[in-house]
Design a protein around this ligand. Sequence first.
Ligand code: UFG
Length: 340
Amino acid sequence: MRVMVTGGAGYIGSHAVRELLDRGHRVVVYDNLSTGFRTAVDDRAEFIFGNTNSFETLNSAFRAHGIEAVLHFAANIEVGESVLNPHKYYQNNLGNTLNLLMAMRDAQVNKIIFSSTAAVYGNPEKCPIVESHPKLAINPYGRSKLMTEMVLEDFAAAYGLKYAVLRYFNVAGAHPEGDIGEAHDPETHLIPRVLKATLDPWAEVKIFGTDYPTSDGTCIRDYIHVMDLIDAHILALESLGSEKCEVYNLGNERGFSVKEIIKTCETVTGRKLSVKEEARRAGDPATLIASSEKIRKHLGWKPQYTHLEDIVKHAWQWHRTHPQGYKTVEPLLQNDVIYL
Ligand code: UFG
């Protein structure tokens, strides 16, 4: 299939690009490099430097490359920032996705895999969380994703759009070959923060809240390996058209506390960390664990890296060898298409 990957220079997008190519798909990356890195993009993919707010450039890219489907990763993802700057989140995550969908419709591209989030559930009433659980997002980030899910549903009913919504729990790990991985600035996620702290003798790992109603008082999350997450995307992509449009949770159905994560990182790296207990971070639910039964049953998804240690080992392989991430701001390459 000829696939456009928006946000293909980002953490999850770059892993999707590599895997799509390895499985024989053709890939065009569409990214404005606002948070992604040109060097994260596999050489076999074509690269378009463009914004998802431009109907014309998206539309001409679809037509020029004969795109058949879109994997849409381009989005802002920081919960805290979304509370301070909701406009940015509704503009980019909702508004620009609407623009993308209009451009797709005009160019007769009618398949999309949409990256959504466990944040649509807010503070869950019970775990494991099934897809039908009430959607009571508690921040603009979660709401921007939830609203976009609704848009997709309406576009499917009215215009025949084929979509799958994938609600991610906590994505972690890196490509087993170790040359692409997670590189956010600022880094807010627990596993990369802890692993990076092991590389700095002066660093302290902060635990945000030790008074949660959990076994050790720290928050519990469901960690999924980025490669298993991508495998689910490709299964969903290849089933579009034959399967009904669906929403799927993506997690490992097991929860680990912040303290357990720190301990596992210490074991994997063989380094002892200095830990500081701090107050709760605003907006953190105590426990988030997915039920992923639906995607296992419908699409036969079978995650490969279900052990936390394997997830952390791959993340560590990346951080150890790339302590500065992708380091430099890469120039565009000679054949890149630039839409400004
Ligand atoms: N945490 C720490 N110390 C740190 C970083 C994180 O204690 O230095 C804690 C957090 O407070 C939280 C847990 O570790 O309890 C996990 O935090 P992350 O930031 O790694 O992940 P989140 O669960 O906050 O975020 C994930 C996704 C979001 C999504 C959210 C849904 O990354 O995109 O789940 O709740 F919105």
